[in-house]
Ligand binder design. Structure first.
Ligand SMILES: [Mg+2]
Length: 239
């Protein structure tokens, strides 16, 4: 597939590994709270993990609430952990908050750049492709990741939900980035791991939606739109 004039990249769980595979992360974290939780075997930990993730899912399913909470992920995590613990009969919001905050910190420490991210982005730039970074979330949180992983100078345009005032999948978000790159939708790809944000919405504008599926999850069964292309490694973009 020939390269397009422009590519818009997602950040979280596309260029960097950030929030993927939460089950394993929660199990590990809750294991370190076994004592205060009084959860002394795997099924007890599993019960808490299931409740916490279930409450998080409920919170993130509400699109309006999600747009607000994306700008305060630690706050969202405290709320869903409080709800989960209350549901299980714990009357201890301070414990819920310290679990939520420990999870936030553990995730932050474990952010990793995908091994081929810099090389792929740099090769695309050298090939003359105009590049933008399009990320949802709060300015401070996302800027810290961009700084930590040396990404700022690699992109012609960086657009963060908390700074722009709107996030994916609002169509204005992609339109603005295309305008800044001076590129038509039909000459651009969006690359990322979120099916709705990086395949469905960009395709509505006539862009190509390239879905990044590093864990081989497969196209969601409920998907109505087909991705233009599926990649399992970023390096496939320049091969
Ligand atoms: Mg993502």
């Amino acid at each position: 597939m020939p390269l397009p004039r422009a590519i818009l990249f997602d950040l979280d769980d596309t260029l960097i590994r950030a929030y993927a595979q939460p089950e394993e992360a929660w199990r590990r974290l809750l294991g370190s709270f076994a004592e205060p939780l009084g959860a002394h075997d795997a099924p007890a930990i599993e019960r808490v993990r299931a409740a916490v993730m279930d409450e998080a899912r409920t919170l993130w399913t509400d699109q309006v609430a999600a747009a607000k909470w994306r700008l305060d992920i630690p706050g969202a995590r405290r709320l869903s952990t409080r709800r989960a613990l209350a549901r299980l009969g714990y009357d201890d919001e301070a414990l819920a908050d310290s679990i939520a905050d420990a999870f936030t910190e553990m995730r932050r420490q474990e952010y990793r750049l995908y091994p081929d991210a810099h090389a792929t982005v740099d090769a695309l730039r050298q090939a003359g492709v105009k590049l933008a970074l399009l990320t949802n979330g709060a300015s401070a949180t996302q800027r810290a990741k961009i700084e930590r992983f040396d990404l700022a100078h690699r992109f012609e345009h960086i657009q963060i939900e908390g700074e722009f005032g709107q996030g994916k999948p609002e169509l204005a978000v992609y339109r603005h980035a295309l305008e800044r790159l001076g590129c038509e939708a039909c000459d651009a790809w969006m690359v990322g791991d979120n099916y709705e944000w990086e395949v469905v919405a960009p395709q509505k504008l006539g862009m190509c939606g390239v879905w990044y599926d590093p864990f081989d999850a497969g196209v969601p069964v409920t998907a109505t739109a087909r991705p233009t292309r599926v990649i399992k490694r970023l390096g496939e973009l320049v091969e």
